[in-house]
Write a protein that binds this ligand. Structure first.
Ligand SMILES: Nc1nc2c(ncn2[C@@H]2O[C@H](COP(=O)(O)OP(=O)(O)OP(=O)(O)O)[C@@H](O)[C@H]2O)c(=O)[nH]1
Ligand SMILES: [Mg+2]
Length: 493
């Protein structure tokens, strides 16, 4: 068991003897369970940003409903388990009850039994799925919804001040930077344990296929925009990176049916000169033309699943014989949707760091209780213990230093700051990632590069021209490099 998780567990156990009210006991019990479970990642963003669709793409199954319906207004957890089950957790604190459900064209349709969405705290869907093994995904209602109360629910869920069960990390979907996007992100960034903390948030430039109006180069445009957003100072304070993803295409590609493949193939085999005019717009595509393959209803179904971009892209792939089976088409489309990049980022930034993020959540929960009643006997002792864990645990220092650099609190040359962030693990915590090497880098190459970087940051830290905050940040990087060198040497012996 990871040492940090163990320290967090001891702290929570200690807190259980201090905070004994029924509510506090519940929260602390939950905190202990969380330390053993997968990381919780919330998918947040404005209404219809494509949250539920992206969740399905990440799981590789159509689970979350993506249309209207009462359930899209409720925070819904999707977690791995042995049985298929849906639990309704009422808002009034009464015990959770099991709900009936069935699957409608894939998506789970939950029978709320006449309950109003506002009376429900959350739905918990347990679903045996390898896509949920490492991460529990939390679908949140869109902000800016027609009803103020629904968006408030999303704020409440994401704001750790108000909630005992926030997420450990957040995936924030947006189409453009909007002041309300920034507000929601800021709400999620609690300012106590490691303030303000971009390390547990990643932004997704969602519905990326629509950015270039469905043109074949839409993803390239989306990538350029995402890069620009990623350099925006306001966003960099709040998130690690911006990744463009065509969520609908990813979801469809992951769940592609043989009928869909056959239908697209039929279209692709039709003379391009005759078909292409129908690909110019969604309206034209669904127009019924007896001379072209498929009925207008069938084309409408394809459009709903692929979007115009997906249909056009599939035509190009099938005509050029890049894909010659449904499995090949699925792979090609997933590859072009941006989903793989997002999955890699989730692994390097969240999954590989899940112990630190989970421990951080547990510390936050206890800290919050202590702050509610600082005079409570034991509160001060716990706060001191939190401080000691934070100061002693290098991963926390890495997190807060990265956050400080991102927030503009550390001044230095952009190249030094960028490299320092990398050494601290901003692009992943594996040695090759920290050193900016290739994944295939051998131990010797890692060692040589680590020593070079160590020398460089030591000189930087000791230089009389280095300002205090940069010197402090460089020292944290030096410690990361020393740990990396020690681990690399111990593998060698
Ligand atoms: N073209 C395109 N459409 C998308 C994409 N993602 C989602 N959609 C469509 O947008 C609509 C809303 O998608 P959802 O996934 O339900 O969005 P949401 O953010 O969960 O919506 P709420 O929960 O109601 O806030 C659906 O009709 C989707 O098919 C995408 O990447 N591209
Ligand atoms: Mg939704």
């Amino acid at each position: 068991m990871n040492e940090l998780v163990e320290q967090a567990r001891n702290l929570v156990v200690d807190a259980q003897s201090v905070f004994t009210s029924a509510d506090d006991a519940d929260v602390l019990r939950g905190s202990l369970e969380r330390l053993d479970g997968p990381l919780r990642v919330a998918i947040a963003g404005k209404v219809k940003a494509g949250k539920s669709t992206l969740l399905n793409a990440l799981v590789g199954e159509r689970l979350a409903p993506t249309d209207t319906g009462e359930c899209t207004k409720v925070v819904t957890w999707y977690k791995d388990g042995h049985t298929y089950q849906v639990m309704v957790h009422p808002r009034d604190g009464s015990p959770a009850v099991q709900a009936r459900f069935h699957r409608d064209e894939g998506a789970i349709e939950i029978d709320l039994d006449g309950r109003d969405a506002m009376s429900i705290d959350r739905l918990e869907v347990t679903w045996p799925s390898s896509g949920l093994r490492q991460l529990t995904l939390v679908d949140t209602p869109g902000i800016d919804s027609l009803t103020e109360s629904v968006s408030t629910r999303a704020f409440e869920f994401l704001d750790p001040e108000d909630n005992d069960t926030p997420a450990d990390a957040v995936l924030y979907l947006m189409k453009h930077i909007h002041s309300s996007d920034l507000r929601l992100l800021e709400a999620f960034h609690d300012d106590s344990v490691a303030s303000p903390n971009p390390v547990n948030a990643v932004a997704v430039l969602s519905r990326a296929d629509e950015i270039g109006a469905g043109r074949l180069d839409s993803m390239a445009s989306a990538r350029r925009i995402a890069k620009r957003y990623g350099q925006d100072g306001r966003l960099r304070r709040l998130i690690q990176v911006v990744v463009p993803v065509a969520g609908l295409l990813a979801e469809t590609a992951e769940t592609l049916t043989q009928w869909e493949y056959n239908s697209l193939k039929q279209l692709a085999d039709f003379p391009a000169a005759e078909l292409d005019p129908y690909l110019l717009s969604a309206d034209r595509f669904v127009e019924a033309k007896p001379e072209t393959p498929l009925t207008s209803l069938e084309r409408e179904q394809l459009l709903a699943r692929f979007g115009l971009f997906g249909v056009r892209l599939s035509m190009a792939l099938l005509r050029r014989k890049v894909a010659e089976s449904s499995a090949e088409l699925s792979d090609e489309l997933v590859g072009r949707s941006g989903l793989v990049e997002l999955q890699t980022i989730l692994t390097t930034l969240f999954v590989d760091r899940s112990d630190v993020l989970k421990a951080r959540s547990a510390l936050l929960a206890v800290e919050r209780m202590c702050n509610v009643d600082p005079t409570q006997e034991g509160s001060q002792r716990l706060l001191l213990a939190i401080e000691q864990i934070m100061a002693g645990a290098h991963p926390f220092n890495e997190l807060s230093t990265m956050a400080a650099i991102r927030s503009g609190w550390v001044s230095g040359k952009p190249a030094d700051l960028g490299d320092l962030e990398r050494v601290l693990g901003a692009g992943g915590t594996a040695p090759w990632q920290r050193l900016g090497l290739d994944e295939s880098a051998e131990r010797d190459a890692i060692s040589t590069m680590a020593i070079t970087e160590l020398g460089r940051f030591q000189r930087l830290a000791e230089s009389p021209f280095t300002v205090h905050d940069l010197g402090m940040a460089a020292r944290v990087g030096i410690r990361s490099l020393e740990a990396l060198i020690a681990a690399n040497t111990s593998v060698a012996t």
